[in-house]
Design a binder for this molecule. Sequence first.
Ligand code: FES
Length: 179
Amino acid sequence: MHAALDERLQAGEQAFIDQVIAGRTAQPGALLSILEAVQNHNPHNYLPMESLRYIAAKADVPLSQIYSVATFYSFFNLHPQGDNTICICRGTACHTRGSRNLLQSLRLDLGLGTEDAEDTNEADKLLLTTSDNKFTVRTVACFGQCALAPVVEVNHRICGHVNERTLQREIRNLERESE
Ligand code: FES
């Protein structure tokens, strides 16, 4: 089983995980910190399944336990993330102030389509990444900044009273920065 794991993970990544595990196994909360280090080391800021399998084997922790930790905490990603993350609030205050339209226009702007938009209700979390991996669009239930509704977080920066024009401007700026 280990040989199969080895084939899927690059040697450099294995060595990195070995080092991370060796430095942390005795610490309380070691698993969280191992997963955090491995995710931060990934160029697309996520935890590939082969990395989770390798961690399970090396740290001698059941894969199911690792998987439930990785899915419980929202800061862990199980899919590749874009270079930029745009997070739109779908809470009540933001919804009544037009966050749904913001989300639709952002999806269209980034070529993410809106086919499934009618099927998802406000409670559904959305996570979409453009095919060039430049942008990830996600939604959140509330940022706790309702007075600023509608609220959008652009690469961890909270922007309040956002409208379609200001959001488009943010996107164009990010595109320009990455050229
Ligand atoms: S509902 Fe959007 S910040 Fe609270």
